[in-house]
Ligand binder design. Structure first.
Ligand SMILES: [Zn+2]
Length: 60
């Protein structure tokens, strides 16, 4: 997910909890797109997964 906290935007992996701080939403989205992160749709919403967790899931 991308969460806004006190004016900063945080890209957070929903699996391992790793987070990255950005000063704009666009930068967070750009990083997510360019760094191999993935969004998986569930019935109750989207799950955001970092590159490391994505690799683990895809290896299963
Ligand atoms: Zn992760």
């Amino acid at each position: 997910m991308i969460e806004k906290i006190k004016g900063k935007h945080y890209l957070i992996c929903d699996v391992c909890g790793d987070d990255y701080e950005f000063d704009s939403y666009d930068k967070a989205v750009k990083f997510k797109r360019e760094s191999g992160w993935k969004s998986i749709k569930h019935s109750d919403g989207w799950e955001t997964i970092c590159e490391e967790c994505r690799k683990e899931i895809e290896e299963l």
